[in-house]
Design a protein around this ligand. Structure first.
Ligand SMILES: Nc1nc2c(ncn2[C@@H]2O[C@H](COP(=O)(O)OP(=O)(O)OP(=O)(O)O)[C@@H](O)[C@H]2O)c(=O)[nH]1
Ligand SMILES: [Mg+2]
Length: 462
C-alpha cells in the first residue's frame, strides 16, 4: 500500500466570518482579555487568582504556573497573582466576597485591568464577580478558549474552536437580558415583534452554530476519503499533555517542519505523515495536546478529530520528563485515552527532554506509570536515539498478525463486536451457545477478546 505524503488539503471555501451584526455583537461580548479591554495600552495586564483545595504547596504552585502560562499564550501579561485555598466555592461568586474584593484591590494597585480566575465559573458567577470587584473577569475555560482561538490556523481548527467559543459565549451574552437590550438596541435592526434583543441574539447564535456544524461536517466528509486511503496503513499516533514535545518529535521522526514552541496548544490540527520512505505503510500523526480539566465544550468540538486515535495501531504517549508535574500529565493522558476509547491500543512511551534531567527516574517508578509498556527516554538533540526510536516504532507498528481459533458465546456482545470490527474472520463454526471463529488479528486484539470474562468461563466449560 502506497501513501503519498502530502499535507491535508483544507476546504478553503468554507465560510467562517459573519461580517454582519452578529460579528459586531460577538466581538463586543467576546471573552475579554486585558489587551482588548484596554486597547490604548500595549502593556495592559492580568491579575491571576488561582483557587483550589491543595493538600501540598507543590500542587498549588504547579496549578498557578500552568494558568500563568495559559494567560501568556493568550497574548496577555501577568502583572501579579495569588492563590486562594478554599474547600467549598461560594455559590454566587466562587470566591468569598472579602477575598475577591481584596484580590481586586491588589490587582488595581499593580495596574491590572482584568481578573483571571482559575476555576470553572458559571455565567452568573462571572457577572456577580464583575459586580463585586468592578473588574472584567475571565475564567479558566475562557482563557483556554482564547489560546485556542489565537492558535487555530486551518479551517477545520477554526471552525472547531469557533463552535466551542460560541457555545461558551451564548449563556454569557443572553444572560445579560435587559442590560443587553439597552446596549444593543441601536445595533440590532431586524428584531421581530415582541422579541427582545437577547432573544434575537440567541436565535442568531443558534443559527450561526448550526451553520458552523454543517461546515465542519463538510470539511470532515472531505477528509474521510483521505482517511479511507490510509485505512490499510499502520498508524502511529503521538499523544500527550500540551507542550510535551510531540511536534518536535514528529519533526525529527518524519522530517516535517511543523511549528513547535514553548507554549501550550501550539498544535490544534492532526498532521499525518509517512514514517517510512517514499510513501509506505507506516504513518505518524501529531495531535492536539491534552490538559487537566479540558473544557467539555472543546472536547466535544474536537471529538471527531480525536476519535481518529481509536484507529491507531500504536499509541505513543509523549511525556515531558523534565516537568515536575510529569506524573499528573501522564495521568491526564491516560484518562483522555480512556475517554476516547483508545486505551486498549498498544502503547510505547516516550519520555522527552531527557537532556534537562540530571538523573532519570527509577526503573520501578517508570514501570508502574507506564503500566508495564515499553518506554524510551529521548532528547531532541540525540539523533542516534531518535533513529533507534524510529526503527522501534516502525517495527512495533508492523507487528505480525496472529492466526487463532476463538470461541465467543452469543451473550459476549462486546467480544463479538471486537471480532467483527478488528479481526479478519477466516471461518465460522456454529456451536450451541456461540460461534467458534478462525480468525486473524493483531495480538493485542486477541488479548482484548480473551479478557472478556464470559469467554474465558465458557471456553473452559467447552
Ligand atoms: N530541551 C529540550 N526541549 C525540547 C525537547 N523536545 C521539545 N522541546 C521543546 O519543548 C517545547 C514544546 O515542544 P512542542 O514540540 O511544541 O510540544 P507539543 O507537545 O507539540 O506542544 P503543543 O502542540 O503545544 O501541545 C519547544 O520549545 C521545544 O523546543 C527536548 O528533547 N529537549
Ligand atoms: Mg505540537
Amino acid at each position: 500500500m502506497k501513501f503519498e505524503s502530502k499535507p491535508i488539503k483544507e476546504h478553503e471555501e468554507v465560510p467562517l466570518a459573519d461580517n454582519g451584526e452578529l460579528e459586531t455583537l460577538v466581538e463586543h461580548f467576546k471573552n475579554r482579555s486585558a489587551r482588548r479591554e484596554n486597547s490604548h495600552s500595549s502593556r495592559s495586564g492580568c491579575y491571576v487568582v488561582c483557587v483550589g483545595d491543595w493538600s501540598e504547596d507543590y500542587g498549588r504552585d504547579a496549578q498557578l504556573a500552568e494558568i500563568v502560562g495559559l494567560v501568556g499564550a493568550q497574548g496577555d501579561r501577568v502583572v501579579g497573582s495569588e492563590t486562594i485555598k478554599q474547600r467549598r466555592p461560594d455559590p454566587a461568586t466562587v470566591l468569598r466576597s472579602g477575598k475577591a474584593k481584596a484580590a481586586a484591590e491588589r490587582a488595581v494597585r499593580l495596574g491590572a485591568n482584568m481578573l483571571i480566575v482559575d476555576a470553572e465559573l458559571k455565567p452568573s458567577q462571572i457577572r456577580n464577580l464583575e459586580d463585586l470587584t468592578g473588574m472584567p473577569v475571565c475564567d479558566r475555560e475562557g482563557v483556554i478558549l482564547n489560546v485556542f482561538l489565537r492558535h487555530a490556523k486551518t479551517q477545520t481548527a477554526r471552525i472547531q474552536v469557533e463552535i466551542a467559543h460560541l457555545s461558551y459565549l451564548k449563556p454569557l451574552i443572553c444572560g445579560l437580558g435587559l442590560e443587553m437590550d439597552q446596549q444593543a438596541g441601536g445595533i440590532m435592526a431586524g428584531r421581530g415583534p415582541g422579541e427582545t434583543a437577547s432573544e434575537l441574539l440567541a436565535r442568531r447564535l443558534d443559527k450561526r452554530l448550526a451553520e458552523l456544524k454543517k461546515s465542519l461536517r463538510r470539511v470532515q466528509i472531505a477528509g474521510e476519503a483521505q482517511r479511507k486511503r490510509r485505512g490499510q496503513c499502520k498508524r502511529i499516533a503521538l499523544v500527550g499533555y500540551t507542550n510535551a514535545g510531540k511536534t518536535t518529535l514528529m519533526n525529527h521522526l518524519a522530517s516535517t517542519e511543523l511549528v513547535a514552541q514553548d507554549m501550550p496548544f501550539v498544535t490544534l490540527d492532526t498532521t499525518v505523515r509517512c514514517l517510512t520512505r517514499h510513501g509506505g505503510d507506516v504513518l505518524l500523526s501529531d495531535t492536539v495536546g491534552f490538559i487537566r480539566r479540558l473544557p467539555n465544550r472543546l472536547l466535544a468540538s474536537f471529538a471527531t478529530t480525536l476519535a481518529e486515535l481509536r484507529e491507531a495501531t500504536l499509541i505513543v504517549p509523549v511525556v515531558d520528563a523534565s516537568d515536575p508535574e510529569w506524573e499528573m500529565h501522564l495521568e491526564t493522558t491516560h484518562k483522555m485515552l480512556v475517554t476516547l476509547g483508545a486505551d486498549e491500543i498498544p502503547r510505547y512511551y516516550v519520555f522527552s527532554k531527557a537532556d534537562r534531567l540530571a538523573t532519570l527516574p527509577s526503573k520501578e517508578a517508570l514501570e508502574i506509570v507506564s503500566s508495564g509498556h515499553d518506554y524510551q527516554f529521548i532528547s531532541n538533540q540525540d539523533k542516534e536515539a531518535i533513529g533507534e526510536l524510529k526503527e522501534t516504532l516502525i517495527g512495533r507498528a508492523r507487528a505480525d498478525l496472529r492466526r487463532t481459533k476463538l470461541y465467543v458465546p452469543y451473550d459476549a456482545s462486546k467480544a463479538m463486536e471486537i471480532v467483527y470490527r478488528s479481526c479478519r474472520v477466516v471461518e465460522t463454526e456454529t456451536k450451541p451457545n456461540g460461534l467458534l471463529f478462525s480468525l486473524e488479528a493483531e495480538s493485542y486484539v486477541i488479548d482484548q477478546i480473551q479478557r472478556q470474562r464470559p469467554i474465558q468461563r465458557r471456553s473452559t466449560e467447552q
